[in-house]
Design a protein around this ligand. Structure first.
Ligand SMILES: [Zn+2]
Length: 224
């Protein structure tokens, strides 16, 4: 899952407007960000096997720390606690905002479960594995990803306010950029090796979060 995660981030921005879209981009992709780091240090494993599914050439061999149900839940708690304890002067609705961060992190598992083959375990090897396997069909994958992304954009645009406006030009740039990345991942050549996947994953997700924070920055001087 790629675009769908960002759709959730865009929607959750309107559930808790004090959260930056950049924070939410990191939250919905926190376990993929950590997955990149764990691939580099060898704690999790993936294999590149072109044709493994109709959509992705990645065969996820072992990723219980980031992508098991229990693992993702633990990272959701870590994410919520990190947000809650982050030094800030604006502590209004702080508890609620932390819960939204946690929900954003946890949503990753359920969205991934739509597209992944049944390799998302409850608690690691030997436990039940979930995965609806939409990656077996290019059409079903495209429809699901685009629908979730479009719904997120619609919610983000509809529930704008004076204090939390939509910066149309910047948002359009972000949407087009994400669509281009998505199409490139679907129709481009498979990645050359696992190190490239991990490094591109980490740098890409961090840059996207910075882009989203810039898109979402309040436009009125003095606004929070
Ligand atoms: Zn994932």
């Amino acid at each position: 899952m790629f675009l769908g995660h960002f759709g959730v981030a865009l929607a959750l921005k309107r559930a808790e407007p004090k959260l930056s879209l950049g924070t939410l981009f990191i939250s919905v992709q926190l376990v993929d960000l950590l997955w990149g780091a764990f691939l580099l240090i060898g704690w999790e494993r993936v294999r590149i096997d072109p044709g493994f599914t109709a959509v992705t050439p990645l065969q996820f061999i072992r990723y219980p720390i980031t992508h098991s149900l229990v693992g993702t839940l633990a990272w959701a708690l870590v994410g919520a606690a990190a947000y809650y304890s982050w030094p800030t002067r604006d502590t209004s609705r702080h508890w609620q905002a932390s819960m939204v961060v946690g929900a954003a992190v946890f949503s990753h598992f359920w969205l991934d479960a739509l597209v992944h083959l049944p390799d998302l375990t409850i608690a690691g090897e030997g436990t039940t594995a979930l995965g609806l396997g939409l990656w077996r069909s290019l059409g079903a994958t495209l429809a699901t990803e685009l629908l979730l992304f479009a719904a997120g954009i619609a919610i983000y645009v509809t529930w704008r306010s004076r204090r939390h406006p939509v910066r149309s030009g910047r948002l359009t740039g972000l949407v087009l950029f994400l669509l281009a990345l998505f199409l490139a991942s679907l129709f481009g050549p498979p990645p050359p090796d696992v190190t490239t996947i991990a490094v591109a994953d980490i740098i890409g997700l961090l840059l996207l979060a910075a882009f989203a924070a810039w898109v979402d920055r309040p436009s009125l001087p003095g606004d929070l």
